[in-house]
Design a protein around this ligand. Sequence first.
Ligand SMILES: NC(=O)c1ccc[n+]([C@@H]2O[C@H](COP(=O)([O-])OP(=O)(O)OC[C@H]3O[C@@H](n4cnc5c(N)ncnc54)[C@H](OP(=O)(O)O)[C@@H]3O)[C@@H](O)[C@H]2O)c1
Length: 286
Amino acid sequence: MKVMITGASGLLGSALLRVALQSDVIAVAAYNSHPLNGGLQMDITKQAQVNATVSRVAPDYVIHTAAFTDVDACETEPQRAWDINALGTKNVAEACEEHGARLIYVSTDYVFDGEEGPYSEEAPTRPINVYGESKLAGERFTLDSSVNAIARVCVLYGPNKPNFVTWVINSLRSHTPINVVTDQYNTPTYVGNCARALLRMCELGLTGVYHVSGREQLNRYAFACAIADVFALDKKLINEISTDTLQQQARRPMNSSLRVEKAERALGVRLANVHEGLTLLRDEWR
Ligand SMILES: NC(=O)c1ccc[n+]([C@@H]2O[C@H](COP(=O)([O-])OP(=O)(O)OC[C@H]3O[C@@H](n4cnc5c(N)ncnc54)[C@H](OP(=O)(O)O)[C@@H]3O)[C@@H](O)[C@H]2O)c1
């Protein structure tokens, strides 16, 4: 099976490449501004370039992780969010359809308003920020073809790129106090597990919407404390705050946790809880 990975220079894309290398999958990496050895440069906002690249690679699957992921910057640059997350996805979906590839689009818990989490795949979507709106538009373009699938993920963490977990670890290691919110709940997702699940979705030919996150919901402060426990760091440096003190550009859903039962049944795996995911990260990071 040949799988093309968009956003291969990103947090999830780089994990996908690593996991694919340990399997029988032939992975082709696509990046935009951060070149990768052996990868292909492809700006998903350029329709002709996307079409030509997918034609040349002729993948069985495209796993589309590329996105404008800075949630606050999406508020101040809504056109850019729309161009990359919505129209960029349309370009990828149309190229897949034209060249006989199936698409797995990586989407987000931020398609929900966070008022009634945890959410199943059937729950109504109602984004409350530009990022969520633009990603939801990407979902709709993806589902224009019935052979495609959506994998919603939530608070990704892994070893290679800066993320919430690396921030907590690096801060606590350098004895820097940090402030973490107690009122935002979600289901953090270890990228290694997520990458394996996405490749399994390809093998099984799954279509439709799946929640491929961690299986355990908790608030950010509790997550930061779990990180301190697993990495043997001082959790007294973690201060509790609430979201309204942060004054962020974009509104955040308060509980955008995802229910993963459907994905677990379809994939035949139990997805990791917080302790398991963090332990895998710790072992991988050595
Ligand atoms: N991170 C999270 O906590 C989280 C939570 C929920 C959902 N998600 C979703 O999960 C997916 C992966 O997120 P991530 O955190 O791994 O992303 P990331 O680390 O921010 O990486 C984003 C990737 O998108 C690529 N990209 C950006 N603009 C592009 C363009 N115009 N053309 C082609 N590629 C472009 C970047 O390429 P270059 O760096 O080479 O420019 C980079 O590889 C995204 O779809 C995101 O919406 C993430």
